[in-house]
Design a protein. Sequence first.
Length: 208
Amino acid sequence: MAWDELRGSYDTVARRYEERFLGELETKPRDRELLEAFAASAADPVVEVGCGPGQIGSFARQRGRRVFGLDLSSEMARLAGRRLDAALVADMRSLPIATSTVGALVAFYSLIHVPRADLGAVLTEFHRVLRPGGRVLFSAHEGVGEIQLDEFIGEPVRVAATFFGLDELTTATGAAGLRVAFAERRNPYPTESETVRLYVEATKPAAG
């Protein structure tokens, strides 16, 4: 699998990715609805994990949140820095963030870019950096197994991805110490690839 090539692959396609997905929320009403509610209830700072060019975090920032982006790709982080309060290069399995300092996390379609065996480590990192009472909202593609593409957005690069089940995600979220608030599936919109979308929102329990 091409996990080790993801950073370079996304550096290569960053500009094309930005052109293709910058306005994606315009055709995704459920995503907008979830992000509206998330932005209204989240506390600052908000960290977007796997921010890409920053289109998701920018949506929350335009609604009054202070948003910082993290991405494995330096070119993606550079593009996101134009739209967010700041953006850094980072691996979601080891976040460069102090424990219990983040008000909320959002990760739209970025968890697919870790091997299934690393899902628990990522969610444990989410739990670690969130303040008690902090929220996380993430999405993924439904399916079984892992795939590798040898072409992505018209470029000859290798990209690996993992498909998940909703029960799998909620179980892993709970095992990481987060309390699931809701979990749902939706069918793809006509503008999307033909995979069911999965959403999970969870909170870090307040110290008791």
